[in-house]
Design a protein around this ligand. Structure first.
Ligand code: ZN
Length: 141
């Protein structure tokens, strides 16, 4: 599977969300966890797709470290989720639509890029942008 295949899985997962965001975590070219936004059904403002998928995987692994894992997410991680990526030690972030793209389709966002959060942290995470960006933005139409 390539990065577009993984993003297609995240896109399909996004359609299950209270808001149309989906995320998958991959290691060694295999999907190990998948999640979507459950803010409304869980009455939890932190239940973004990325937080949900990180929580489900660390619980399954019984380990808070996700070093060596990659997260594919339809939208650029917000500052909260980017911070969770830092704390979990994820090695790579691959996203579709950027925060700027999401703002351009009237989504509420905090206008700080995930790269800005990472740059201010103690670690480095590889960031790849714009994978299936058009499809990720079409979720909001
Ligand atoms: Zn978030």
């Amino acid at each position: 599977m390539n990065s577009e295949d993984f993003m297609h899985l995240a896109l399909a997962e996004a359609k299950k969300g209270d808001a149309p965001y989906g995320a998958v975590i991959v290691k060694d070219n295999e999907v190990v966890a998948i999640g979507h936004n459950t803010v409304k059904r869980d009455n939890d403002p932190s239940a973004h797709a990325e937080i949900n998928v990180i929580r489900s995987l660390t619980a399954k692994l019984k380990n808070p470290s996700l070093e060596g894992y990659s997260i594919y997410t339809t939208g650029e991680p917000c500052p909260m989720c980017a911070t969770a990526c830092v704390w979990s030690g994820l090695s790579e972030i691959i996203y579709g639509a950027s925060i700027q793209d999401l703002i351009s389709v009237n989504q509420s966002q905090i206008n700080i890029s995930c790269e800005e959060v990472i740059a201010q942290s103690f670690t480095n995470i590889k960031v790849t942008k714009g994978v299936l960006k058009k499809e990720c933005l079409e979720l909001f139409k």
